[in-house]
Design a protein around this ligand. Sequence first.
Ligand code: FHN
Length: 434
Amino acid sequence: MKKGIISLLLAAGLSLPVVAQEGYQPTPENLKARQEFQDNKFGIFLHYGIYSMMADGEWVMNNRNLNYEEYAKLAGGFYPANFNAAEWVAAFKAAGAKYICFTTRHHDGFSMFNSRYSDFNIVQATPFKRDIVKELVDECHKQGINVHFYYSLLDWRREDYYPLGNSGHGTGRTEHGDFKTYHQFMKDQLSELLTNYGKIDAIWFDGEWDQNVNPDFDWGLADIYSHIHSLQPACMIGNNHHKALHPGEDFQLFERDLPGQNTAGYSAGQTVGELPLETCETMNGMWGYKITDQNYKTTERLIHYLVKAAGMNANLLMNIGPQPDGSLPAISVERLKEMGDWMKIYGETIYGTRGGLVPPRDWGVTTQKGNSLFVHILNLKDKGLFLPITDKKIKQATLFKNGEKVRFQQDKEGVLLRLAEVPTDIDYVVRLDF
Ligand code: FHN
């Protein structure tokens, strides 16, 4: 539903005059964080909130026009008895993920952390009373996984999120307000998130597109971005606005598409920039838990997505929607394990690499590290593969999984790999050393 609205706006060429952090000079710590981020390649996205109890995705409040006062009553029954941060993080780590991105506050306005600035939060408004964000971050720090915070710019509940944008018209709030107080509220909450939880590696904004209907709307992002960078200079900023980068951002986001593609309709106005790239995708079809959505992608498809992202110089942020009781869906845990088994063997061809010198093709992609090029063959019906490598002399070619030599011929037009078999592995990786 929302996808349709966004696509329409993009097609109509509507966009906002966004003034972001002009003249932003990243600190050395921030530049280092960007490199580490690119090296990490694989993160887990988590959409978890009181909407999870409705089991119909994170847009349920908007989609069913739920009155904000009635919706708030969900909080009174939110008691995810099986939430166990240590188990979650261990499962992500076992998958080979190097960071998580957690929804600290989604469009419904509910804060999954303790906040002085809104009592509509997990500690004050639920019988659970535990700060899930704190437990999760502590565990990530303990188990050595980086932490990104998702933070919604748009809000379906507050009056001072005004003027209204595309969404949240049926939630019953009064339609007036002073955006200045909302802006200050976001800054205050970001101060909490960046001072109460130790090192946070990124803030991941979402919802800017909601105001595409109000062409003169100013989000005041320059102020927000410099606020974040002043609190934690290394903390990166990404914003899922589906457009080219704004000044002050440290990485570029893509939704349900690899950089340069636009099959999902979100990336029409988005050129691929120079900064680190990340693409997010769901493991089934929905971000927040949806009881009827058991349409989980196969492990092979998920691995292919990760590999293709790496070959296009991007990270994959793969989403899971935890269940109302706080546990992860069993199928997602199974997928995580299978991805982890694959990463244990092939991680070297993904982590720390950059998109390889041979551009992505239908047969697959290449990744590169130092003097090695990893040829990821994902879809080839023949025993031969031609690579247009003209400026590097190949010293040897080996099959990554067992080190066996791969025959090849190189001339001035490129390299012909002569494989011993038609590849059938999930990812048949040939390593070329220069
Ligand atoms: O509206 C959100 C949606 O609920 C989800 O959070 C995704 C994740 O990329 N972002 C928005 C849609 O673009």
